[in-house]
Design a protein around this ligand. Structure first.
Ligand code: FES
Length: 405
């Protein structure tokens, strides 16, 4: 049966317009000037300013936190201009050349976002005996030194679409830095939420940024700071560890919990946070890196423990043969061999180091597993959070470095 379709005058004109579209487009192309398209669009410039490939920084001042075994590095942009604006809680990945290796380390920004617009930013590094980069920085970094940093990275910030108005921050040691940035952002009006910080330290002497935090709390009724001392009893301080009961004492629902501290603190808090019964979306943990005791992780292959494997690393037209310990992330072995590879979070979260496995087996711990389903299927890994369990062949992307093609 024939179907009758009525086409009105407007419809007929539309069809004619559609029919002529290719011809009209061709005429427009022919009529256009032959000069190069400008790359100087305002929107591109804004995107570059907010998400730079790299920022060149100079260490302006070093502040020692004696009892806490830490130093804060106040840095400024090398060209004197503004630095990339960030969300309080984000981090920078610093690029360091140590003993012939090019490595990166992520450090939470401890300064206020508003300072970035004046070209200033700071990070705090705490002593980590046996740690490669922290010990190097604490020993070697001094005023006037230049360092390359990434743009602001990470998702550890207040998000009003997800978080209630009240954030309960659980901090340990240098894990206070993202919360110091948040407190400053609240105090200067950049952010608008209530922040209760439960800050665990061993003793009063070891409290990082005590004066700054207490001053911010005294000057702004949206900021509350509770110091929790594990090794000392003192009036006006909580004693012990941060527990579910302590959180309930200072927080009434609804609230989100943000956690930043050492691995032992995360391990302890897992059970305590479960007791709170909060929705998963209201618990945010800052990246932890990867566990140092990977051989004890469930599922780590018994026959790979304590072994060293040969890895063939392909990067563009180059190929390198390196050796890698089964209990160290592949990225560490790559860097130790002097190969410059991209990385940011070093926790398996950002995907910056994403590499292709051509052959071989590996272990990726579930707590750092953030690969897309397609990447798992097609054998892409995050070498920062992946451990070799056999000889391997991998393809690692090249890292863009200013001044290098
Ligand atoms: S550096 Fe972020 S996933 Fe590897």
């Amino acid at each position: 049966m024939a179907i009758k379709v009525k086409v009105g005058l407007i419809g007929a004109l539309d069809m004619l317009k559609f029919k002529n579209m290719a011809k009209v487009r061709e005429m427009a192309i022919q009529a256009a000037p032959a000069n190069e398209i400008t790359a100087d669009y305002a929107i591109n410039n804004n995107a570059r300013a907010l998400h730079p490939d790299y920022q060149e920084l100079i260490v302006d001042k070093v502040i020692e936190h004696g009892g806490a075994g830490a130093k804060t590095y106040l840095m400024r942009s090398k060209d004197g201009g503004p630095l990339a604006y960030f969300r309080a809680g984000q981090y920078l990945s610093l690029k360091l050349a140590i003993d012939g290796s090019s490595v990166t380390r992520p450090y939470s920004i401890s300064s206020a976002p508003a300072d970035a617009l004046k070209g200033a930013v700071s990070v705090t590094v705490r002593s980590n005996p046996g740690g490669f980069a922290a010990e190097y920085m604490l020993k070697e970094f001094k005023e006037g030194d230049e360092v390359l940093s990434s743009g602001p990275q990470g998702n550890f910030y207040y998000e009003p679409l997800r978080d209630p108005q009240h954030i309960v921050a659980l901090a340990g040691g240098s894990g206070i830095t993202p919360f110091l940035s948040m407190a400053q952002a609240i105090a200067d009006g950049t952010e608008d939420f209530d922040l209760t910080i439960l800050f665990g330290s061993r003793t009063r002497e070891q409290i990082l940024f005590r004066e700054e935090l207490d001053e911010l709390a005294a000057g702004c009724d949206k900021i509350h700071v509770v110091h929790v001392l594990s090794d000392e009893k003192a009036d006006g301080f909580e004693h012990g560890f941060i527990t579910a009961d302590l959180i309930r004492k200072y927080a009434s629902a609804p609230y989100s919990v943000f956690v930043c501290g050492p691995e032992a603190m995360y391990n302890f808090l897992k059970g305590e946070l479960d007791k709170l019964g909060l929705p998963r979306k209201n618990i945010r943990c800052e990246m932890l890196g990867v566990t140092k005791k990977i051989a004890e992780a469930a599922g780590f292959p018994e026959d790979a423990k304590g072994r060293t494997f040969a890895i063939k690393v392909r990067q563009g037209a180059d190929e390198y043969e390196i050796s890698a310990k089964s209990e160290e992330p592949i990225l560490v072995a790559v860097e130790r061999a002097g190969i410059t590879a991209p990385s940011r979070c070093r926790s398996g979260e950002c995907g910056w180091c994403r590499s292709k496995v051509i052959s071989g087996t590996y272990f990726a711990p579930p707590e750092n597993e953030n690969r897309r389903y397609a990447d798992v299927t097609w054998n892409y890994i995050h070498p920062c959070a992946t451990f070799p369990t056999s000889d391997m062949v991998i393809e690692v992307p090249a890292e863009y470095t200013p001044g290098r093609k």
